[in-house]
Ligand binder design. Structure first.
Ligand code: SF4
Length: 233
């Protein structure tokens, strides 16, 4: 089995795992090509610059100081058994395990589930617009399979919607909200799109990016649908 390939580390964070002090490992490789990807250096499969053994030793040194280790990416499950085996070893140290995922690998999520305590799942657009945003025709259906599976586990999770005005309208956001509520999502995060790598041709305006946060009717509607709504502006 190939060793896990780690492309980045945030050694301390209070915002990437709910109510726990955490570190985040960014794994190399992603099957999607989202128009707004903020980690383009991580999406191609390749060797990660971090030595997995040294990283594990470092994680071990955080016992008693951190409470959770979050696997992010890229798409952490793309590395399959290498990721799952590493999660298991880290969990055996006593850490809670978080996973930030685009939901593309529902079968791997099922295999990883015994070692994962919480996930943050991206719901990126409506079914109609998913492919144009992520560049993959089956990504929406895969994500929904992952979402429905995780809901069935009864474990904690958060759905995240990044409001890129090039791919989401106010009506689209309502459609996503209604679908999530219908499926049984309890916690959702509405995230402002950050234009990290926009070229002039596809530039968005501050007004377009802000519209999802300024519409009081929509905001009240979303707040009424879930136990918890985080507005990441
Ligand atoms: S799923 Fe995440 S890492 Fe992969 S291309 Fe999209 S934004 Fe980038």
């Amino acid at each position: 089995m190939r060793e896990i390939q780690i492309g980045g580390l945030v050694s301390f964070t209070t915002i990437d795992y709910p109510d726990k002090l955490a570190a985040v490992l960014f794994l190399v490789g992603c099957p999607l090509r989202c128009a707004y990807c903020s980690n383009p250096h991580l999406i191609d499969v390749g060797d990660g610059p971090y030595d997995p053994t040294k990283m594990f030793d470092w994680i071990k040194s955080r016992v008693g100081r951190l409470e959770a280790i979050v696997f992010s990416g890229g798409e952490a499950l793309m590395q399959g058994d290498a990721t799952i085996g590493y999660m298991q070893r880290v969990r055996d140290l006593g850490f809670a395990i978080g996973l930030h995922t685009n939901g593309f690998y529902p079968d791997l999520l099922k295999r990883a589930e015994p070692f994962v305590d919480w996930i943050g799942l991206d719901y990126k657009a409506t079914r109609a617009k998913y492919e144009s945003l992520v560049g993959n025709s089956v990504a929406y259906d895969q994500m929904i399979k992952s979402l429905d599976f995780w809901i069935g586990t009864g474990k904690d999770f958060e759905v995240r919607v990044t409001c890129d005005p090039r791919f989401i309208t106010l009506d689209d956001l309502r459609e996503i909200i209604d679908d999530c509520a219908m499926r049984g999502v309890k916690k959702i995060a509405i995230q402002k799109y950050q234009p990290h790598f926009e070229d002039a041709e596809h530039a968005t305006t501050p007004e377009a990016r802000d519209q999802f946060f300024k519409d009081d009717n929509l905001r009240n509607y979303i707040n009424s649908k879930f136990e918890s709504v985080i507005w990441r502006e």
